[in-house]
Design a protein around this ligand. Structure first.
Ligand code: RUB
Length: 314
């Protein structure tokens, strides 16, 4: 459908779609880098066609994964900056895109640093932490806690159907953290032996609900029943501004052969990638503003990233 000149973006979108790049933060970084690369090789010779190219790149990247507002916020911001710029030739246009992206990525890194610092203080010596799927924010917190000298154990789910728990397991072992894998259906059996649950997020809504890997809402139910506190580690950059206008976060449905390759004909299979955990189940969100209540998410976003709500306000 797209001509060869969108190659960089199409390749990145494919890697994201196949989960070769996974997790909201890695997806956002990869999408931004792909856009910058695309514009480096752009053949656009005026402002209008350069903006047209960015818009097409945006369309391709957004389709790679539906439930990724972090990526969407980042790409929209760069697009908005580009639209406000003066055209001074393709090279300076690319420099503008590169510069805007670099500043944004730096902001993402600073946000992550704060999250790992704040989150690591919740990891007590001798405690047991349960996590689901693979979140780079969660792994960062656990690594930081270990570096700070805490001795703790991580219980991690395998995370059907794509087994992202294996990525978490690899990272824990590499960091020298005690790790035990369980099947997803063993969550309730283990919950009474856990001191704290820590998960990541793909999206945060204006009501303070969190969208994360399918099964997270079940983990949250089990945690509430066992009175185990559940924390979400997430950049405010994952806030979805569309939810303010009453829209629901779209939940990506993935190919059914991830669940059962070669399944018998006539059998319906559903494979939603994410689910919604309501704010009542969340003790706190560890974000770049510190440890906050999910109730105060909108104010925190408004304070920290007004451009997510209105790019012209920057
Ligand atoms: C990954 C997932 C992660 C969040 C947060 O799902 O649900 O918990 O994306 O990750 P998938 P991070 O494997 O389908 O992308 O903290 O790295 O942003």
């Amino acid at each position: 459908m797209f001509s060869i000149e969108m190659e960089k973006v199409v390749e990145a979108a494919e890697r994201i779609r196949r989960l070769e790049v996974q997790g909201a933060t890695n997806v956002a970084f990869a999408a931004v880098e792909a856009l910058v690369e695309q514009m480096r090789y752009s053949k656009a010779r005026d402002h209008a066609s350069a903006l047209e190219e960015i818009a097409r790149a945006r369309e391709i990247l957004f389709k790679s994964r539906e439930t990724e507002p972090f990526m969407r916020n980042a790409i929209r911001f760069i697009e908005w900056r580009a639209s406000q710029s003066e055209w001074d030739g393709p090279e300076s246009f690319h420099e503008l895109i590169r510069g805007t992206a670099d500043n944004l990525l730096e902001e993402f890194r600073r946000a992550r640093q704060r999250i790992t610092e704040v989150g690591s203080r919740r990891i007590q010596n001798g405690s047991r932490i349960l996590t689901h799927c693979h979140s780079s924010a969660v792994s960062g917190i656990l690594r930081r806690a270990k570096e700070a000298g805490a001795d703790f154990e991580v219980i991690l789910t395998e995370t059907r159907p794509r087994y992202q728990g294996r990525i978490t397991a690899g990272e824990m072992l590499e960091a020298g953290i005690d790790a035990t894998m369980i099947v997803d259906s063993a969550i309730r059996s283990f919950m009474n032996r856990v001191d704290l649950v820590l998960v990541g997020a793909d999206a945060i809504t204006s009501e303070g609900n969190v969208v994360n890997k399918i099964g997270t809402s079940l983990v949250a139910l089990a945690a509430q029943e066992a009175r185990t506190p559940l924390y979400v580690a997430s950049e405010l950059l994952k806030f979805d501004p569309q939810t303010i206008h009453g829209e629901y976060e779209a939940i990506e449905e993935r190919p059914t052969d991830e669940v059962w390759p070669g399944a018998p004909g006539g059998l319906s299979i559903r494979n939603p990638a994410f689910d919604v955990t309501r704010r009542e189940y969340i003790h706190g969100i560890v974000c770049e503003e510190g440890l906050i209540s999910p109730h105060s998410i909108l104010e925190a976003v408004r304070r920290r990233y007004p451009w997510i709500l209105d790019p012209s306000g920057t």
